[in-house]
Design a protein around this ligand. Structure first.
Ligand code: HEM
Length: 490
């Protein structure tokens, strides 16, 4: 009774007294059933070709924010979740100056994907992991990865030759491309070598999303295991085995004891940290495997969706497609784009930003309150989760104007701070503060090189077969792919 009724009622009352309303807590399930029903209903309706996707993808947040106000309380089962869309509060949470808003505790399904790796962990362990990935995905290291990205993009556009004049599903194509890029650049491997690993990651992602809101009686898993629990255990083991194979192969190739013998890519750096002499910096084998799993996932899913949405938007807006092509041809002609030149693609950056605003691949950022804390004027009790809904902020007319749902890359013509009126929390596709995306620059270069090479060779129009259905499955992805017709420019 204490856990199921007294605590939720106390928290609900405490928040109501401070003006924070929300859908009422329901015994054991909280608002999980309502959320699932609203999402199922929204997904069952076809969507017209509009970019007003907020009410379609997150109908509960859309409708409850309207009904209860900018900040409201909802319940994932017994877990109270404070949804925060007030920019000042979002900033306070994400900047996390005093370390009072750590990452949420992952559910047992999420743990199978992300473990206690960089995206989930805190404290000294996070500092140690972040140091390795900062080194691997910034500055010179990033420049060194460019040749592999270019080669992967070349392979992709070569493959497209057989689709000239025909329909092509770019979501599927970018899945291969982004898998190839992260395999080659970070792990010195290839998509084919990691094929089963990616397939298992993809299946695990679907299971995780399916179970995010499922409520189970405490201790139930010890008595009865669902088919998803059994399947996810198998997938977790399969992923681990595939990663071990890649790691062992690299270890074998290396001459232990020689400087840099493990290589300078991400896997090489992880192995160096694993075999390193410094106790404090050393990674255990478990930590190494977790990091590989995280980057195989984070490095692929997000950029895959982003590239697909960009192509959709450029197919719908041929004027912007033409502008972007003009810029690429002016800078590179028909030559393969070079690393430094990519930074000068201004129109393309505007298109990327506007796509990230309308279709941010990562739509929720979650933190938790460990001990009672003052957030702005609100007193938030311990164990409440805080949810910063990126999609809601990116689709807020108060920040972006009444044309919020329109694709208008010109918003970003004078940079992000001008586009947001210095309201930093209005545009956070890569998060904000110390936990901001490690792969931001990597993703930007990966996207630009692919788009530049496509624009040099092809124009594209939307296929009549395309069905618009942005759906959430850890990232916002096109449920039925993005089909376009390719027209050769050669
Ligand atoms: C369009 C592409 C991408 C988007 C939209 C994106 C989005 C995000 C967001 C919103 C966060 C912050 C999460 C939070 O604060 O809780 C994040 C963190 C992270 N991202 Fe990305 N990401 C992208 C690409 C990548 C790539 C390519 C990689 C790897 C190469 C990557 C690796 C990570 C990692 C490791 C973190 C955790 C950082 C930490 O907690 O210190 N991401 N990403």
């Amino acid at each position: 009774i204490h856990k199921l009724w007294w605590t939720p009622t106390r928290i609900q009352n405490l928040m109501r007294l401070q003006g924070i309303k929300g859908p009422s807590y329901r015994l054991l399930y909280g608002n999980a059933t309502e959320i699932i029903n609203m999402q199922t209903e929204a997904m069952s309706r076809p969507m017209n070709l509009s970019h007003d996707i907020f009410s379609h993808v997150q109908p509960h947040i859309h409708s409850w924010a309207k009904r209860y106000g900018r900040n409201f309380l909802q319940w994932y089962g017994l877990q109270p979740v404070l949804v925060v869309t007030e920019p000042e509060l979002c900033k306070e949470i994400l900047n996390n100056k005093d370390g009072v808003y750590p990452k949420q505790k992952p559910s047992k399904f999420v743990k199978k994907l992300l473990g206690d790796g960089i995206t989930m962990t805190t404290g000294e362990k996070w500092v140690k992991l972040r140091k390795v990935s900062n080194h691997a995905f910034h500055g010179e290291s990033l420049k060194n990865m460019f040749a592999d990205m270019k080669a992967s993009a070349e392979t992709m556009v070569e493959r497209w030759k057989i689709h000239e004049g025909k329909e092509i599903d770019v979501f599927e194509e970018f899945r291969l491309y982004t898998s190839e890029v992260i395999s080659r650049t970070a792990f010195g491997s290839s998509y084919l070598e990691g094929k089963t690993l990616f397939e298992k990651l993809s299946k695990l992602t679907i299971i995780i999303f399916r179970n995010l809101l499922k409520v189970r009686f405490p201790g139930m898993s010890k008595v009865f295991r669902t088919s998803d629990e059994i399947e996810s255990d198998k997938l977790e083991k399969g992923i681990r085995d595939s990663i071990m194979e890649i790691v062992k192969k690299r270890e074998k190739e290396a001459t232990i004891g020689e400087k840099d013998s493990f290589g300078n890519d991400f896997l090489g750096l992880l192995l160096k940290a694993h075999h390193g002499a410094n106790d404090k910096q050393r990674l255990s084998f478990e930590e190494l495997v977790e990091e590989c799993r995280t980057f195989y996932f984070a490095g692929q899913e997000t950029t895959n969706s982003l590239l697909s949405w960009i192509v959709l938007l450029m197919a719908l807006h041929p004027d912007w497609q033409e502008e972007a092509r003009k810029e690429v041809l002016q800078l590179f002609g028909k030559q393969t784009p070079n690393y430094d030149g990519l930074a000068q693609l201004k129109t393309m950056s505007m298109i990327i930003n506007e796509t990230l605003r309308l279709y941010p691949p990562a739509i929720l950022i979650v933190r938790r309150v460990e001990k009672e804390v003052k957030l702005g004027k609100l007193l938030v009790p311990a164990n409440v989760e805080l949810l910063v809904p990126t999609l809601a902020l990116h689709h807020e007319p108060q920040f972006w104007g009444q044309d919020v749902g329109l694709f208008k890359p010109e918003r970003f013509s004078e940079g992000v701070s001008k586009a947001t009126n210095d309201n930093m929390a209005a545009f956070i596709p890569f998060g904000m503060g110390p936990r901001m995306c490690v792969g931001l620059n990597f993703a930007a270069i990966e996207a630009k090189i692919a788009l530049a090479m496509i624009l040099q060779r092809y124009s594209f129009t939307l296929s009549p077969g395309y069905v618009h259905s942005p759906s959430e499955s850890l990232t916002v992805r096109p449920q039925h792919g993005v089909q376009v017709i390719l027209h050769s420019l050669q």
